[in-house]
Design a protein around this ligand. Structure first.
Ligand code: PEP
Ligand code: MG
Length: 757
């Protein structure tokens, strides 16, 4: 039975509670006495029988420090691990819990020393400071009680003020709040996710968006509302200025990203929440921080990567707002980082990165981050190595620590020894020399020693990738992953937006052929504006052309925009469909393409192709080849389905080899059939960009390889040192073998014949 609380009548306004907490914090007496008083007044104010305050201690323990209502003897005796019991869960998840019946909650852990068995309901919030949970505050009631949002917010607001007392150094030694290995000075190697390659050597520059908020409780709410409004207007002016800057005027993803960012900044919902926080008694800056903490906590539960990434944008905006409120300098001084600065942050928004002078940065490391985060796209455009998901790095380093970022292998060396540093300096120099060496190859023909021409194309997903094409000497775009620009937007781009997007790509390709792949969404690539369901096996689920055929308007509008862009640019294009599993699917997609072509009055040639990524299609290859203008082998997916091996599972990454007799025999069959029917065929999976694999593909008969741009130079060098006739003779008998892999033999061939792999 739920208890109707008399709170609505009795409770003083949240501001009064906050003011009392503030007064208590400043009162005389020991910190523990003040903590006791706070527990007392919060319990009274929220009409709760219990109010307890837990503080985080060394070793990831949460210890009861003050209580009103539980047995006093439990203070300092009740200790929970982070993640243990409901209190431990609140600390682990950094989010509030409001439970009408806590004892039925699966995490409930009964502690007899507290005497809490008589209390049924519980509301608890994390005490957070600088993004770290440093304690938990909870209230309990004897009967079932449904705590409302306003009550949760009140408790969160008090917890925010309380954070200052907990972190103040009187209750525990602040060093305890550092992680177990603290600021070790020993060298350390950390791993992360490769987001942009390259080597960065320099000193740690910790991004400090944490403003010191001195005044938390407002004297006059109207004054604070005015300050917030002024800061809001100033911030928008600054964002508009950023968008008007020269580099943004050129258009492209930079600008799209900032436009999305500016749209998010204008969202009225969060402004309203800040205004409410001010009405609850906080200063403008504390209100910004409160709403930000709250949003972070809510987002911790969200698994959708797209939504999680938008939090980084919101954090960026909130910090910008704090800058306007607190007058912090907007651009850090990088002159003391003589070796170049390596920027380290939990997460970064795109504009936050642009605040730094890019010439002084040598790399970026994020504790979070993912390949489609806006900041990653900006870093790629600036040619900065960037690593994501480097867990715990902020806890392990200090400003100015020497660091090495290996963006190619996804690792960071913290305070490396002289030998490691020297070896990376050498590697970096070799990289630079190699880059120069590959640049020198650009004007040379992509031809084997026996005069076979090998077409080298790029895989792209962003305009910045296409803009690099002329510098690489690539012959065109073999795969443009159109879902990438879709993933960067908050809503489905209109036909006009899409037309402009495709037009920019065709123009940037400057006359070189462009192959657009229609949306390959689903699996791990979700769009916030497109329905998606949790699937048991998303890579074998509702994705790619399956989505396109079930939602034909989505596919038709995309193809219409591509045809329009091609018409405007008076340029032929190729369109291919991902994950075609049977010929009938290609036919169905082609019918839609033809319909769009006719209704648009296409005055250019639009070739239609299929991606071969699903083994079933191998058994219909003759029929398929009669109908397609070209074929593209998506070897990443094809191999995962051939070997029944998840392409993203690191445990299996070395289990089967793409250079095994089985895989190579299959590929050879495709090459032979394409040659026989005179069908252009490209390999566009990762293997095409690796010199040894690319050598094998050429040996099997492939002449068109599409790859991520860093592969172009090395593959070209390999091709120019290869005699295809020799290699084919060498490979043919090997395909009948029963070995696990032909990698070793192919490498020996390369060594013996001076092929640069
Ligand atoms: C592939 O599967 O090989 C391919 C090129 O497509 P994606 O990697 O985008 O799935
Ligand atoms: Mg694929």
């Amino acid at each position: 039975m739920s208890e109707k609380t008399p709170r609505a009548k009795m409770m003083p306004a949240p501001r009064r509670l906050l003011a009392r907490v503030r007064d208590l914090m400043a009162a005389s007496g020991t910190a523990e006495e003040r903590l006791d008083h706070i527990a007392e007044i919060v319990a009274a104010d929220l009409v709760a029988e219990v109010c307890s305050i837990y503080v985080r201690r060394a070793g990831d323990i949460i210890e009861l420090f003050a209580t009103r209502g539980l047995k006093p003897s439990a203070v300092h005796n009740t200790r929970l691990r982070i993640g243990e019991g409901i209190i431990g869960d609140i600390a682990a998840m950094a989010r509030p819990f409001a439970l009408a019946d806590a004892q039925e909650h699966p995490s409930f852990a009964y502690r007899p020393e507290t005497g809490e068995e008589v209390f049924r309901s519980m509301m608890g919030v994390p005490i957070i400071r600088s993004g770290r949970v440093i304690g938990v505050m909870a209230v309990q009631n004897r009967t079932r009680r449904n705590y409302n949002d306003e009550e949760v917010e009140s408790l969160q607001t008090v917890a925010m003020v309380l954070a200052e007392l907990v972190a103040g150094g009187e209750l525990i030694d602040p060093k305890e709040l550092l992680p177990a290995d603290g600021l070790a000075t020993a060298p350390l190697r950390l791993e992360g996710l490769r987001l942009n390659g390259g080597i960065g050597i320099g000193q740690a520059l910790i991004h400090r968006p944490h403003f010191r908020i001195e005044r938390l409780v407002a004297e006059d709410a109207d004054v604070e509302q005015g300050r917030l409004q002024t800061a809001f207007i100033e911030m928008h002016g600054a964002i508009d200025d950023m968008m008007m800057s020269e580099s943004m005027q050129a258009g492209g993803e930079h600008r799209d990203i900032l436009e999305t960012y500016s749209m998010i900044a204008r969202d009225q919902g969060w402004l309203k929440r800040m205004e409410e926080a001010i009405n609850a008694g906080l200063t403008a800056e504390a209100a910004v921080q409160r709403v930000l903490d709250d949003m972070r906590a809510r987002m911790a539960k969200v698994t959708d990567p797209y939504l999680r990434e938008r939090v980084y944008d919101l954090e960026d905006i909130a910090h910008r707002l704090l800058q306007h409120l607190l007058g912090a300098p907007s651009s850090p001084d990088l002159t003391r980082y003589s070796d170049g600065a390596i920027l380290i942050a939990k997460s970064l928004g795109p504009a936050q990165l642009l605040d730094y002078d890019a010439d002084s940065l040598s790399a970026v490391i994020l504790e979070e981050g993912s390949p489609t985060a806006h900041v990653v796209i900006i870093a790629r455009a600036l040619d900065l190595p960037i690593l994501g998901r480097v867990k715990g790095i902020l806890d392990r380093i200090s400003d100015g620590d020497p660091l090495i970022v290996d963006g190619d292998r996804g690792q960071v060396f913290v305070r490396p020894g002289d030998d490691i540093r020297q070896s990376f300096l050498d590697t970096k120099r070799i990289h630079e020399e190699r880059r120069e060496h590959y640049n020198a190859l650009v004007p040379l023909a992509s031809e084997t020693t026996d005069a076979e021409h090998i077409s080298l194309l790029i895989n792209a997903g962003l305009l910045v990738d296409v803009e690099q094409m002329p510098l690489l000497g690539a012959e065109g775009i073999g795969l443009f992953r159109t879902e990438i620009p879709f993933m960067m937007r908050t809503e489905l781009p209109s036909i006009e937006d899409q037309t402009e997007m495709y037009q920019r790509i065709i123009e940037a390709a400057a006359g070189q052929p462009v192959t657009f792949r229609t949306l390959d969404v689903g699996s791990d690539k979700t769009l916030p504006y497109l329905e998606s369901e949790d699937e048991e096996n998303p890579s074998m689920g509702w994705r790619a052309i399956r989505v396109g055929l079930d939602r034909p308007m989505l596919l038709r509008r995309q193809m219409r925009a591509m045809i329009r862009a091609a018409n405007i640019c008076k340029t032929d294009i190729s369109i291919m469909f991902p994950m075609i599993t049977e010929v009938a699917e290609f036919q169905a997609a082609k019918v839609l393409l033809d319909r769009e072509f006719i209704s648009e009055g296409g005055n250019v040639y639009v070739r239609a192709g299929a991606m071969l990524e699903v083994p079933s299609l191998l058994f219909q290859l003759p029929q398929l080849l009669e109908q397609v203008d070209f074929l593209s082998i998506g070897s990443n997916d094809l191999m995962q389905f051939l070997f029944a091996t998840d392409r993203g599972n690191p445990k299996l990454s070395d289990r089967y080899d793409t250079l095994s007799p089985a895989a190579l025999t299959m590929l050879k069959g495709i090459a032979v059939q394409c040659l026989r029917t005179d069908t252009p065929v490209t390999v566009c999976g990762e293997m095409a960009g690796q010199p040894l694999e690319a050598m094998a593909l050429i040996g099997l008969g492939f002449r068109r390889l599409s790859m991520a741009s860093p592969g172009i130079g090395p593959v070209k060098e390999m091709a120019r040192s290869l005699n295809v006739a020799n290699l084919s003779d060498f490979m043919t008998p090997l395909l009948d073998g029963s070995e696990h892999s032909l990698r070793g033999k192919l490498r020996s061939f390369a060594l013996d014949h001076g092929v640069a792999v």
